[in-house]
Design a protein around this ligand. Structure first.
Ligand code: ADP
Length: 878
C-alpha cells in the first residue's frame, strides 16, 4: 500500500496528499506534519515498529478539511479508492481523483458567491527562447486568467509596469509562473498572492496555440480577436489549459471561448490606487466588508455581484458606452414598480453561471438541475416586467432573454421538486416521466408489499407470531425465528445462520421474490441515473443559450442594484463630458455616506476646471482632507462604471486614468521604506499621468525631513502644473505650498474649515476657498492625550518661531525660487525654509571680541549662558 502511496505522491507534485484508507483519509510524512499543524489533527504513527508520521480524519469530513487547507493557500490532492473494497481482488486500486488549489476550486461550498475566483498565468517576453523573439517582445508580458467555476477565460498582453496593476485588480487566488521566472517572483511580491511554479515548457507559444485550438475545437484562432496582442498572450493561456488538464480530472467543456481583454478601453487604475481607494477590500482588514464594493453591492444574485466587481475593476472610457448604462439605470431609478418587481423576480434566480460549469464538468446534481428549472421559470416574468422598457440597453437585454421553452418543459417533467442533492439517494426522476422506470419502481414497491404479506402468511401457517422477515447484505431476505418457537419450524425452511437467541432461514419462495425486488430496485436506480444523465446532456446541449441568459441576468441584476443604491442614497445622474473638468455639487464620500448615520456626512462642492485644475487643500489633521480627495476620485470612478453618484449634481469630464497616492503605512509589511514606496508611486504618476488623468495626492513628502519634503512637494506641484496639466487634488499640511497660488495660474488654494471655540477646535469638514492659517497640530496632539508638558512646550516654541518672522522669510524664499521654475536652466534652487530658530545667544556670541576677554571672563560668560539656557527649557517650573 505504501508503494501505491508513493506513486500517488509522485503524481501530485507538491500537493498535500489525502490518501483514502477505509473510512479515513490519511496523510503521511511531512504532509502529516503540515496538516496536523494546520488542521489541529493528532500526529501519530501506525505502530512502534513503523514510525512514519501520520495524521487522518474520517472521510465524511473531506470537504471541511479540504476547504481549510485551500483557504490557507495549500494545494491538496485527493487519492480515492476506485474499486469497491468488497469486490476487489487483493489491494484496492487507488487513484488521485482531483488536485485542488485556491485557483481551481469548483466546490460551491468553498467559493465566495459574490466574487470571481481567478486562476492567472503570466509569460514575460523576456523568457522567450529565441533572441529575436525576446527583442520583439521586450517589456511585454502575456497574462491570461480564468474562473474555472464559470468557464470565463481571458487573455491579453500588458507592459511590465502595468502587470502589478492588472494583478491587483484581478486579485487572482493563484498565479502560474514559469520555473525560469525568478524575476517575476520579486516583481509580484505580494504576500497574499499564491504563486505556483510550472515547468517552463508549459508556457510555450506553440503549445498554447495547439491547446487553444483543441479546447475550442477550431482550426484557427482568428475568430477570437487575439491577433491584437503579442503571442505571449497565447503562452499564458496555454499554461492555464495545461494546468487545468493536469489538476482537473473532469471535462473543461465550459471553457468554450477566450475573450481578448483590451486594456485601452478601460480607465487605468494602478495597484497603489486600487488599494488606497479601498475599492474591493479595505486597507486595514483586507476584507470586502467596508470597501466600496462591500457597501454598494445591492445585487440579488451572485452573478450580479460578480459583474459589479468586474465593472468596478474596469471603469469605461467611452462616453456612449457609459451613457448606455446610465440610461438603463436611470429608467430603473424612475420606475419604482419595475425596479422592485425585477429585484423580486431575481430572487428566484440561481447562480446559472456556476451551475452550467457544473453541468459541463459532469458534477451537476439533481438539485442543480432543479435550480436551473427555477431560474428558467423566472425568465418569462423578468421579460414581461420589462415589456415597456425604453432605454435601448434594457430593451435589448429583455429581447435577448431566451425562454428555452423546450428545455424548461423537459426539465420540469423530468426532475422532481424538491430534488435530492446527490444521485445516490435516488428519487430524483419524477413519476410519469418514463414508463419503464415507473414499472420497475412499481415492481420493487410491489415486491416489498408481497414480502409483508408473505410474512403475515407464514406467521399464520406456522403459528409463530413473532416471525419476521429481515434483510442483510450477505443472505438477502431471511425469516427470523426466536429459539422459543424452534420446534414449530416447517421442513422446507433452510437454515442459514444461528444467532444467540434466534435462527435465520430462507425459503425458495422468499428467494424468488427477493430476486425480483432486488433486480427491480437496482434496475430502477440504474435507469433513473441514465435518464438523469440524458437530461444533463440536454442541458449541456443548451449551454450557449443558457449562458446567454446568465449574462443578461447578471447585467439586469447589476443595473437594478445600482438603481436601488441611487434611490436609497439619493444619487444623481452625472453629466459626462470630454472636457477637462470635474464639477460636483454637494458631493459625498460613497462609503462614509452609506455607513454614517443619515445626514452625518458633510457634503462638499468641487469645481476643478481650467481656471483651477490643481487644488491645494490645507487644513489640520483630522479635518477631512483625505476623505474629500478620495471622495472626488471615487465619484469619478463610479461615474465611469455608469453608476449614478453621491452628489446633488455633477458634471464630469471623462478621465483616462485615476491615480491616488494616499497614505503608505500599509506598505510597510512589504519591507520597503515608507518613503521609498511613496516616491516610487509618485514617480509612476509623474511619468504616466496624461492631461486627461485625475490625480489625488495626500501628504506627499511626509516621509522625509521637512526641508526635503516641502521641496519635493513643491517641485511635484510645479511639474504637475507645467508639464502634465491634469486635474489634481493635493492635500498637504505644508502651508508653504499655498504660496504657489500666486505664481501658478491653475493652482487654487482650499482649506478645511475649523472653528475655534472655548480653546477647543471643531472640525467642520467643509472645504472652503483660501489657505488655512494654522495647522492646529498642537490641538490635535492635546486631543490625542499627549502629555501637557509637551503641548505647552510646543506652544512656546511655535510662538517664538512665529514671532521671529522666520516663516515669512521662508515663504518668500520659496516664492522667489518658484520664479526660476526650470531647475536645469537656473541651477540649484537655494532655499532656507525654517533655518534654526534665531537665538539671542547667537547675537551675543557674534558681538563678542574674543581678544578682549580674559580666560576667567570667558569662563564666567559660559556659565551665565548655560544657566540662561537651562531656565528656558525647564518650563515645568514656570
Ligand atoms: P485628514 O486627511 O484631514 O487628516 P480625514 O479625511 O482622515 O482627515 O478625516 C478625519 C475624520 O473626519 C474621519 O474619521 C472622517 O470620518 C471624518 N470626516 C471627514 N470628512 C467628513 C465629512 N465631510 N463629514 C463627516 N465626517 C467627515
Amino acid at each position: 500500500m505504501m508503494q501505491q502511496y508513493d506513486e500517488a505522491k509522485l503524481a501530485c507534485g507538491d500537493a498535500l496528499l489525502f490518501f483514502r484508507m477505509g473510512d479515513f483519509y490519511e496523510l503521511f510524512y511531512d504532509d502529516a506534519k503540515v496538516a496536523a499543524k494546520a488542521l489541529g489533527l493528532t500526529l501519530t504513527s501506525r505502530d512502534k515498529s513503523n514510525t512514519v508520521p501520520m495524521a487522518g480524519f474520517p472521510h465524511h469530513q473531506l470537504d471541511s478539511y479540504l476547504g481549510k487547507l485551500i483557504k490557507l493557500g495549500h494545494r491538496v490532492a485527493v487519492c480515492d479508492q476506485v474499486e469497491d473494497p468488497k469486490t476487489a481482488k487483493g489491494l484496492v486500486k487507488r487513484e488521485v481523483q482531483q488536485i485542488v488549489s485556491p485557483g481551481t476550486v469548483t466546490d460551491l461550498a468553498l467559493l465566495d458567491p459574490a466574487t470571481s475566483n481567478y486562476l492567472a498565468a503570466v509569460l514575460p517576453g523576456s523568457l522567450l527562447r529565441k533572441k529575436v523573439d525576446r527583442e520583439q517582445a521586450a517589456g511585454l508580458v502575456g497574462i491570461a486568467w480564468c474562473d474555472i467555476s464559470t468557464g470565463r477565460f481571458y487573455t491579453t498582453t500588458v507592459n511590465e509596469e502595468q502587470l502589478p496593476d492588472l494583478i491587483a485588480r484581478l486579485d487572482p487566488s493563484e498565479l502560474l509562473v514559469s520555473d525560469k521566472n525568478e524575476e517575476m517572483e520579486s516583481h509580484l511580491d505580494r504576500d497574499t498572492l499564491m504563486k505556483t511554479l510550472r515547468p517552463h515548457w508549459a508556457f510555450g507559444i506553440e503549445t498554447g496555440r495547439e491547446l487553444l485550438l483543441k479546447q475550442f475545437e477550431v482550426a484557427s484562432l482568428d475568430g477570437f480577436g487575439l491577433d491584437a496582442f503579442h503571442e505571449v498572450a497565447l503562452g499564458a493561456a496555454g499554461a492555464i489549459l495545461d494546468y487545468l488538464a493536469e489538476t482537473q480530472k473532469s471535462s473543461l467543456e465550459h471553457f468554450d471561448r477566450i475573450v481578448p481583454y483590451r486594456p485601452t478601453q478601460f480607465v487605468e487604475v494602478d495597484s497603489a490606487t486600487w488599494r488606497s481607494l479601498e475599492i474591493s477590500r479595505t486597507i486595514r482588514s483586507g476584507q470586502r466588508e467596508g470597501s466600496l464594493f462591500g457597501v454598494m453591492d445591492r445585487c440579488q444574485t451572485p452573478m450580479g455581484s460578480r459583474l459589479l466587481g468586474e465593472w468596478l475593476a474596469n471603469p469605461l472610457i467611452d462616453k456612449a458606452a457609459i451613457e448606455k448604462r446610465q440610461d438603463a439605470i436611470g429608467e430603473l431609478v424612475k420606475h419604482q414598480v419595475i425596479r422592485e418587481k425585477l429585484r423580486e423576480y431575481l430572487k428566484d434566480v440561481f447562480d446559472l453561471q456556476r451551475l452550467l460549469a457544473r453541468v459541463a464538468t459532469g458534477r451537476a446534481t439533481p438539485r442543480d438541475l432543479n435550480h436551473i428549472v427555477s431560474t428558467l421559470q423566472a425568465i418569462p416574468q423578468l421579460k414581461q416586467n420589462l415589456s415597456k422598457a425604453e432605454s435601448p440597453w434594457l430593451a435589448e437585454l429583455r429581447d435577448e432573454l431566451d425562454f428555452c421553452e423546450d428545455l424548461k418543459e423537459e426539465l420540469s417533467v423530468a426532475i422532481s421538486d424538491p430534488a435530492p442533492a446527490q444521485t445516490k439517494d435516488g428519487g430524483f426522476i419524477r413519476e410519469g416521466y418514463d414508463k419503464k422506470l415507473d414499472e420497475l419502481r412499481a415492481l420493487a414497491a410491489g415486491g416489498k408489499q408481497w414480502i409483508a404479506e408473505y410474512q403475515q402468511q407464514v406467521c399464520d401457517t406456522t403459528g409463530i407470531p413473532t416471525l419476521k422477515v429481515g434483510f442483510n447484505k450477505v443472505f438477502g431476505y431471511y425469516l427470523e425465528v426466536t429459539n422459543v418457537h424452534k420446534d414449530k419450524i416447517p421442513d422446507d425452511f433452510i437454515r442459514k445462520q444461528t444467532l444467540k437467541n434466534a435462527e435465520r432461514y430462507i425459503t425458495p419462495e422468499l428467494k424468488e421474490y427477493e430476486e425480483k425486488v432486488l433486480s427491480a430496485d437496482s434496475q430502477a436506480s440504474e435507469l433513473e441515473f441514465q435518464l438523469f444523465d440524458a437530461v444533463r446532456q440536454l442541458v449541456r446541449a443548451h449551454t450557449v443559450r443558457l449562458k446567454g441568459n446568465a449574462e443578461i441576468i447578471a447585467k439586469l441584476d447589476t443595473l437594478a442594484g445600482l438603481a436601488l443604491l441611487a434611490v436609497e442614497q439619493r444619487y444623481c445622474r452625472p453629466e459626462l463630458t470630454t472636457e477637462k473638468l470635474t464639477h460636483i455639487v454637494e458631493g459625498r464620500h460613497p462609503v462614509l455616506d452609506i455607513v454614517e448615520p443619515l445626514g452625518a456626512f458633510i457634503p462638499n462642492d468641487t469645481q476643478v476646471d481650467q481656471d483651477g485644475f490643481l487644488h491645494l487643500i490645507t487644513g489640520p489633521n483630522m479635518a477631512g482632507k483625505s476623505t474629500y480627495i478620495r471622495q472626488v476620485a471615487l465619484i469619478s470612478l463610479l461615474a465611469q462604471i455608469g453608476s449614478f453618484v453621491p452628489a446633488k449634481k455633477a458634471t464630469l469630464g471623462i478621465v483616462d486614468r485615476i491615480f491616488a497616492r494616499v497614505g503608505a503605512s500599509d506598505e510597510l509589511s512589504r519591507g520597503q521604506s515608507t518613503f521609498m514606496v511613496e516616491m516610487t508611486e509618485t514617480a509612476r504618476i509623474l511619468n504616466t499621468a496624461s492631461p486627461k488623468s485625475l490625480v489625488i495626492l495626500d501628504e506627499i513628502g511626509r516621509g522625509t525631513s521637512t526641508y526635503d519634503g516641502v521641496s519635493l512637494a513643491w517641485a511635484i506641484v510645479e511639474f504637475l502644473h507645467d508639464h502634465i496639466g491634469c486635474r489634481t487634488l493635493f492635500a498637504t499640511h505644508y502651508h508653504e505650498l499655498t504660496e504657489l497660488e500666486k505664481d501658478f495660474r491653475g493652482v487654487t488654494n482650499f482649506n478645511v474649515a475649523v472653528k475655534e471655540w472655548d480653546e477647543k477646535i471643531v472640525f467642520l469638514h467643509k472645504i472652503v476657498r483660501g489657505s488655512a492659517d494654522k495647522s492646529y497640530g498642537i490641538h490635535v496632539s492635546r486631543l490625542a492625550g499627549v502629555p501637557d508638558w509637551v503641548n505647552r512646550r510646543a506652544e512656546q516654541i511655535l510662538e517664538r518661531l512665529e514671532s521671529s518672522g522666520e516663516q515669512e522669510a521662508n515663504r518668500e524664499a520659496i516664492s522667489n525660487a518658484s520664479s526660476a521654475r526650470n531647475p536645469n536652466q537656473h541651477g540649484k534652487i537655494q532655499m532656507t525654509l525654517f533655518g534654526p530658530a534665531h537665538h539671542p545667544l547667537v547675537d551675543k556670541i557674534k558681538a563678542l571680541d574674543a581678544n578682549e576677554v580674559t580666560p576667567i571672563g570667558a569662563l564666567q560668560m559660559l556659565h551665565q549662558w548655560k544657566s540662561e539656557l537651562a531656565e528656558e527649557v525647564d518650563v515645568s517650573e514656570t
